[in-house]
Design a protein around this ligand. Structure first.
Ligand code: HAM
Length: 450
């Protein structure tokens, strides 16, 4: 038997003298690079994305959310009106596509506004309430790239429409925390606040303005503008000087009307019932204008590390109305996938590696190659994972590939074996081999590798 294989290897080496199946791979200077703030999703990244997607699917099934994906570009007006013209996202970060159009399109900077557009357009207001949708896809913001901040990034999100009950807000937090827990990110804290409604918020904005006016000259340029255009945004200014001034600013909670106060109390009670760790954060207002009442951000609690928001969300009961639909309640949240993956990597979370075949099919000679092609399909139909390299003619290089892939069993088919209706099964570990009838090989090998 060993002699047959020896002969085959010799034969292949001779054959290989005439056949060049390697392409030269000398390094050249890289001419094109990916755009700043973007990255290639490599096979080693997909294992994480798959795992996150699976956790979302599992949670969505349990909590009754259905998947939706909207286009990655929309009429820009949806975002200007939905997120708010005075926000950083709309003012500074939106990728616009003009292309000679009167009304530009925009690459979606976030998912909620497009989803609400679809909700209205598809008449989801008539669906059984609450309408529960989840999504998973790429988003685009022209931000300064830095750790955890990309220009193309991925989010998954869960949104509920049609119910005002505070239990919806608490459950939104719970679903996100549960997806994160499933991904071994167990230590999270939810920062939460209420920014009231359009009835009580003006009262608060007036108080904030009265407080900030005397400090006007000490505020950053952006905040000076915000005093006039969108004063709430001053609360999440990143400038240190503004931060210090705002530390003693009046708190939104003090100005809430009775209904908003009751709602917020309800949310906190349910969050406590669910034993979700939280912290009241009076400076939390979120960078998007569509929110009312509850707003929250979810952080990973990592020792000695700067806090980074994994997720953000809240209630947006006015957005459907703003975008032209029949008013209805809404609440949701979205999670930054890159930040989750980074944490999973840092925590060395075990991910499923892609399944490696335990079997390799090597062939030698043209009639064996034809037979091997057919045999390969038989293995596929029998659901047996098998590796091969049909573009190689040399047996030596095929065996060395099987070795590099760490495959234990190699099936070797030469011209002689084809004529005799047999195939060689070689155990690369014990270095032994035997012949099997060709028409029984699938079933026999399947048993063996099980
Ligand atoms: P957001 O806070 O802007 O909210 O984004 C949610 C999460 O996406 C953030 O917490 C962060 O993890 C991630 N993220 C945001 N920008 C970037 C970036 N440039 N690079 C990497 N990750 C980023 C929203 O987008 C809302 N639509 C959430 C929502 C859903 N509210 C209600 N429903």
């Amino acid at each position: 038997m060993g002699k047959v294989l020896g002969d085959l290897i010799l034969e292949s080496l001779v054959f290989n003298n005439y056949v060049m199946d390697e392409t030269p791979n000398t390094p050249r200077k890289i001419k094109y690079q990916r755009p700043r703030g973007t990255y290639d999703i490599l096979p080693e990244d997909w294992v994480y994305l798959d795992m996150i997607l699976n956790s979302c699917q599992e949670m969505a099934r349990f909590y009754g959310f259905q998947r939706i994906e909207t286009p990655i570009f929309e009429n820009a007006e949806i975002f200007t009106r939905g997120i708010g013209a005075g926000t950083d996202i709309v003012e500074k970060e939106m990728f616009l596509i003009k292309g000679g159009r009167k009304k530009p399109l925009a690459l979606r900077p976030e998912g909620t506004a497009g989803l609400v557009r679809a909700y209205i357009e598809k008449g989801m207001g008539n669906w059984i309430k609450p309408v529960r949708l989840w999504h998973f896809g790429p988003f685009f913001r022209h931000e300064k790239p830095q750790a955890g901040r990309f220009r193309q990034f991925w989010q998954f999100g869960f949104e509920s429409f049609g119910r005002q009950n505070p239990i919806i807000d608490a459950q939104t937090v719970q679903i996100i925390v549960n997806v994160l827990r499933k991904l071994q990110i167990k230590d999270t804290i939810t920062h939460i606040n209420s920014i009231g409604c359009d009835k009580c918020r003006p009262r608060y904005l007036k108080k904030l303005k009265d407080y900030l006016e005397p400090y006007r000259e000490y505020l950053c340029l952006d905040c000076k503008k915000r005093l006039k255009s969108n004063i709430l945004r001053t609360l999440d200014c990143k400038n240190e000087g503004c931060h210090e001034i705002l530390a003693n600013a009046p708190q939104t909670f003090e100005s809430l009307c009775k209904k908003c106060r009751q709602h917020f109390k309800g949310v906190l009670e349910f969050i406590e019932t669910l034993e979700l760790p939280y912290e009241l954060d009076h400076s939390l207002v979120r960078g998007l204008d569509y929110y009312n009442r509850t707003v929250f951000e979810i952080f990973a609690q990592e020792k000695d590390k700067a806090k980074i928001a994994l997720a953000g969300g809240g209630r947006y009961d006015d957005l459907i109305d703003i975008l032209g639909g029949n008013p209805s309640f809404a609440c949701g949240a979205a999670v930054g996938v890159e930040r989750v993956i980074q944490l999973m990597r840092e925590k060395s979370v075990k991910v499923k590696k892609s399944t490696v075949p335990q079997l390799f099919l090597a062939q030698l000679g043209i009639s064996a190659k034809r037979e091997a092609l057919q045999l390969f399909e038989k293995f596929r139909k029998a659901n047996v994972l098998i590796a091969k390299d049909f573009s190689r003619d040399s047996l030596k290089s095929q065996l060395s590939k099987a070795n590099r892939l760490g495959i234990r069993y190699v099936l070797i088919l030469g011209q002689k074996e084809v004529l005799e209706g047999e195939i060689i099964l070689r155990d690369m570990k014990t270095k032994t081999q035997k012949k099997i009838e060709l028409d029984k090989v699938v079933e026999k090998v399947k048993k063996k590798i099980k």
